[in-house]
Each structure stands twice: as C-alpha cells, then as structure tokens.
Design a protein around this ligand. Structure first.
Ligand code: UDP
Length: 328
C-alpha cells in the first residue's frame, strides 16, 4: 500500500515507518521537523512540509497515489497544553482537519489516528475499557477527543474508514538501536531516568508520592513502541470504508514511578539518585488499559510486555546515542 506517515520523523512515527517498509509498504513521510528529526527517518521518502498547507498536502496525496494516511504529528505535552492551549488546538485540531479535508478532496479513505488515554481524563474504574466515558481533564485530551468525534462524523457522512488508537505510555526503542526516543526538552519518565544513569542529570524528581496507589506514586501502562507499530499494521489491514475502529493500546499491566526507577537501576547498574518533588498538574493517579478489545479485534498482543525488556531497549538506544539525534 502507498502510505503517507504524517509525523514520521517523530518518536512513534519513525518506528512505524521502519515497520511499514519492512512489510513491503511504500512510505512517504510528511513532517515539519518542529520536534522530529530527519535522521530518524531511516526508510521511505521524507518530505519536509506541513499539513496546515492543505494544497501542498493534496499534491502529495495525488503525486504518490496515497491509499492510507497514518497521523502521528501532534503536540503531546499535558502541561504545555494547559499553558498554551492555542498551540494545541491549532496543531492538533485545525491542522488535522486540514489533513482530513485534503484526504476528502483526494478521496483517500483510510486513516489511522494517534489518540490517547488522555481522552478518558481521570477514570473512576481501572483498567480502562473503550466503554469508559471520555472526559478529558486537559486541553491535550480535548484536542484528541475533538478529532475522534470528527472521525465518527466523517465516517458516517463521507465513508471515511479509520482507526483511532488510544495509546497508553509509549516507551522503548528499536531493538537494533537505530532509532529511539529523543524529545527536547525531555519530559518523559524513562528517558529522564536513563539520562541520570548516563550522568547527564544528577537525579530523578518523583512527581508526588501521596497518590492513592500501593507505593504512593503514579501508575502507568508502558507499551513498547514496536508493539504499538504492530498494532497499527494490524489496524490498517482491518479498516473498512465508513467504519471506525477505536481501541486502547496498552499491555494491561501498570507500573508505578518507583517501579520504573527500580527497573532502570537494575538494567543500568547505576544508583540513580531520586528526589521527592511535588505532584505535576493534571497527572491522574492510575492509567492502565484493558487491552482485551485490541487483542480480539486485531489478533494482536504485545511481543515485549515486560517493563524490563522495554527499558533494556531504551537503554541500548540511549547508551549508543547519549545526545539523541544531535551528534555533538
Ligand atoms: N514522572 C516523574 N518524574 C519525571 C517525569 C515523569 O515522576 O521527571 C511521572 C509522571 O508524573 C507520571 C509518570 O512519571 O506519573 C509518567 O510520566 P510521563 O511524562 O513519562 O508520561 P505521561 O503519563 O505524562 O504521558
């Protein structure tokens, strides 16, 4: 299939590109490189551009005979979405609607959308099923839910076929160490802890230990980025015109911040000093997927469900690339 991967120079998108090409798909990446990196695109064709330019996007869809679009380009930091919501509504909603409009004009009918467990807000019951009411608690979650709603309407009215995949916490890196996670500035737990192990930071600050969880720290469901990619491949095959697939992508197992730090100590052999910090605004105590619907619908299950495997792959990448994609 000819697939356009929007945001294919970013963390999850770049892993998707590798997988698609390995599976024999023809891949075009469209990325504005605002947070992505050209060297992360290890296969396919990279076009530096922006989906905000609808005409340019239409041209790409036509020129490359695109049959399906996977959309990873988004701003995804909860805290920043609170302080700068305009950026989030512009990038995540307006730009995505432009992309969908370009697809409508060019009659591209298959769309895979990166959604998020943040659309559920603070769930009353964990694990979270797809039936859990979607009540975001921050602008980031609202922008993703806005597009999910648009997709439902577009499927009915225009025959769009889509998969909205609600990621829990993406983590890990390609097993060959070729690509991995690199955000600037970094705000995610595992890369920050590994930066401590590399001696780039003095300590890890734990954002609160007074949550109603076993050890008081927040619990998240960490899923290997490669397994996310495999789920996307399976979803792509199952998309049908006018129909939507909406699925949680997680392992179904939660780990606390303290557990993550402990496993990083084990994997790296570094003491990893910790400090106790304040709670971070907007952090729900526990987000764990009920991933059974994805398993049934896609015939998929995580190949690397263990936190240790996930962290080992991340450590392999960080050790090989201590400055990420910027080679200083
Ligand atoms: N966290 C932490 N210290 C950090 C970064 C993150 O304690 O320096 C916690 C954060 O509060 C959350 C978990 O680690 O409970 C995962 O955070 P991350 O930013 O990696 O992902 P999120 O769950 O926000 O998408």
């Amino acid at each position: 299939m000819n697939v356009l991967v929007v945001g294919g120079a970013g963390y999850i998108g770049s892993h998707m590109v590798q997988l698609l090409v390995q599976q024999g798909h023809h891949v075009v990446v469209l990325d504005n490189l605002s947070t992505g990196y050209a060297p992360a695109v290890t296969a396919g064709k990279l076009i530096v551009g922006d989906i905000k330019d609808q005409q340019a996007t239409e041209k790409i869809l036509q020129e490359y005979g695109i049959e399906a679009v996977m959309h990873f380009a988004a701003c995804a930091l909860v805290g920043e979405s609170v302080t700068d919501p305009a950026k989030y509504y512009q990038n995540n909603v307006v730009a995505t609607l432009n992309l969908l409009e370009a697809m409508r004009v060019c009659e591209v009918k298959k769309f895979v959308f990166s959604s998020t467990c943040a659309t559920y807000g603070i769930p009353e019951i964990v694990p979270i099923t797809e039936k859990t009411i979607q009540q975001p608690v921050n602008p980031y979650g609202f922008t993703k839910l806005a597009i999910e709603n648009a997709l439902r309407d577009y499927a009915k009215a225009y025959g769009l076929g889509y998969a909205a995949l609600r990621y829990f916490n993406a983590a890990g890196a390609a097993l060959d160490g070729s690509i991995g996670e690199d955000h600037n500035p970094e705000s995610h737990l595992i890369p920050i802890v590994l930066q401590v192990a590399l001696g780039q930071r003095k300590s890890i600050s734990i954002y609160g230990d007074d949550y109603p969880t076993a050890d008081g720290t927040c619990i998240r469901d960490y899923i290997h980025v490669h397994d996310l990619g495999l789920a996307h491949l399976a979803a792509l095959e199952r998309i049908e015109a006018g129909q939507g697939i909406e699925l949680n992508l997680g392992t179904g197992v939660g780990h606390s911040v303290r557990e993550v730090i402990d496993v990083c100590r084990e994997v790296t052999g570094h003491a990893i000093p910790e400090l106790m910090g304040k709670r971070r605004d907007g952090d729900p105590p526990e987000l764990v997927a009920d991933a059974s619907l994805a398993q049934q619908t896609l015939g998929w299950s995580p190949t690397m469900p263990e936190l240790k495997q996930i962290i080992e792959s991340a450590w392999h990448w960080h050790r090989r690339n201590p400055t990420g994609y910027c080679k200083n």
